[in-house]
Design a protein around this ligand. Structure first.
Ligand code: 5AD
Length: 350
C-alpha cells in the first residue's frame, strides 16, 4: 500500500495490520508530509484553524510514586518539593481567567495532602468563582469513589496517561508497586463516571519498541478517549533513566497525525515536551493535527521545581503571561488561539 492508501484506510476506521502501522510510522520525506498534511486537514475540517488553550496549574511536585523516568519521583532527593494551598490555586486561576483561559488543569504528583475532601473543596471554589470554566484534573491514580466525588464536585475532565499499553513495557518504566491493570482500571472508571477522559504516552521512552507504539495506537483506538497526550520522552538527570536518549520529534509528529486521523474529534495537545525539544516543536505539532496548547499558569517561582524532565519550558511563550507571544507564533502559521472551554464534541465527521 502506498501512503495515500494507508491514510484512506486509517480514516475509514478499519483496523490496520502491524505492517501497515509500521509503514506509517516509518514514513519519511514526502510520505511523512502527506501524513501530517492529511491530519492537519482533518483537524481544520473539524476545528477550523482554532487552537484551544488550557491553563496548567502544577499544584504539587510531591509524589508517592517512583516512576523511573520522572523527575518528581519519590526517590529523587534533589527535587525541591512544594505544594500549593487552595488560595494559591485560586490566585493562579484568577490570573488565568483574566488572560482569557476558560479551562484550568490542576496537575500534580500523587500527593496525599489532596484528600477527596480537600480536592472537592478546591474544585467547588473554582467552579463557583468561574462557572463558565472547565476544570481538568491530572492527579494520577485514585479510587473510583474518589473520582466520583470529584466529578460530583464539578470536575469536567481527567488526564491520566496510560504510559504504555504493553504490560511488559509498562513494567520496565514503573516500580513493581504500580500496575498496568490499575492504570487501565482508573481510565475505565473515569470514562464511566462521565469525565472527558485523556490517556497518552511518551514517544521514545526507554525500552519502547515499534510494536509497543502500535499497541498504544490500538489501545487508543479501542478506548476512544476524548483527549490524548503524547510527547517525546526527555531524560531527567536525577532519575535512573538519565542516560537514555530523548524521543524523536518526527516520530512524535507522525504519531500525533495518526491519532488525529483515527479519532478525528479528539482534543490533542502539542505538548510542552514537544515544545521543549529545540525550536518550533509546538507549531509543528499543530501542523501535524494537534489543536490544543497548555501554557503554564503555576506561580512563576514554583515552575522550575515542577521538573518532570530537563530543560522543560515554563517561560516565554510556554508561560501563560506569554500568551500574546504565543498568539503571534500561531498567527504566523495561520492559526488563532480562542478563549472557549473547548469541550469534546461527539459528532460524526467521517
Ligand atoms: N519525559 C517526558 N515526559 C515525561 N513525563 C514524566 N516524565 C517525563 C519525562 N522524563 C510525562 C508522563 C506523565 C506526564 C505528566 O508527564 O507521561 O504522565
Amino acid at each position: 500500500m502506498n501512503i495515500n492508501e494507508l491514510i484512506t484506510k486509517l480514516k475509514s476506521g478499519k483496523a490496520l495490520t502491524e505492517a501497515e502501522f509500521e509503514s506509517l510510522l516509518e514514513a519519511e520525506g514526502d510520505d511523512m508530509l502527506c501524513l501530517t498534511e492529511a491530519a492537519r486537514e482533518t483537524a481544520e475540517r473539524i476545528f477550523s484553524r482554532k487552537i484551544f488553550i488550557r491553563g496548567l496549574i502544577e499544584i504539587s511536585n510531591i509524589c508517592k510514586n517512583d516512576c523511573l523516568y520522572c523527575g518528581i519521583r519519590r526517590s529523587n532527593r534533589c527535587a525541591d518539593r512544594y505544594r500549593l494551598k487552595e488560595d494559591n490555586i485560586l490566585e493562579c486561576a484568577d490570573v488565568g481567567y483574566k488572560l482569557g483561559f476558560r479551562t484550568f488543569v490542576l496537575q500534580g504528583g500523587e500527593d496525599g495532602y489532596y484528600t477527596d475532601e480537600t480536592m472537592c473543596r478546591i474544585i467547588r471554589s473554582i467552579k463557583s468563582a468561574y462557572p463558565d470554566c472547565a476544570v481538568t484534573l491530572s492527579l494520577g491514580e485514585r479510587s473510583r469513589e474518589s473520582y466520583g466525588l470529584m466529578k460530583e464536585a464539578g470536575a469536567d475532565r481527567y488526564l491520566l496517561r496510560h504510559e504504555s499499553a504493553s504490560p511488559e513495557h509498562y513494567g520496565k518504566l514503573h516500580p513493581s508497586s504500580m500496575s498496568y491493570e490499575n492504570r487501565i482500571r482508573c481510565l475505565h472508571d473515569l470514562k464511566e463516571l462521565g469525565y472527558q477522559t485523556g490517556c497518552g504516552f511518551m514517544v521514545g521512552s526507554p525500552y519502547q519498541t515499534t510494536a509497543n507504539i502500535i499497541s498504544d495506537l490500538r489501545f487508543i483506538k479501542a478506548f476512544k478517549p476524548h483527549m490524548v497526550g503524547v510527547g517525546p520522552f526527555i531524560p531527567h538527570k536525577d532519575t535512573p533513566m538519565r542516560d537514555f536518549p530523548a524521543g524523536n520529534i518526527d516520530l512524535t509528529l507522525k504519531i500525533l497525525a495518526v491519532i488525529r486521523l483515527m479519532l478525528p474529534n479528539v482534543l490533542l495537545p502539542a505538548t510542552t515536551a514537544l515544545g521543549s525539544l529545540r525550536g518550533g516543536g509546538r507549531e509543528r505539532g499543530i501542523l501535524a493535527g494537534a489543536n490544543v496548547v497548555m501554557p503554564n499558569l503555576s506561580p512563576p517561582d514554583k515552575r522550575e521545581k515542577y521538573s518532570l524532565y530537563n530543560n522543560k519550558l515554563a517561560t516565554g511563550v510556554e508561560a501563560a503571561e506569554g500568551i500574546n507571544a504565543l498568539r503571534e507564533q500561531f498567527d504566523a502559521i495561520g492559526y488563532k488561539i480562542v478563549c472557549e472551554r473547548g469541550d469534546y464534541k461527539d459528532i460524526d465527521v467521517r
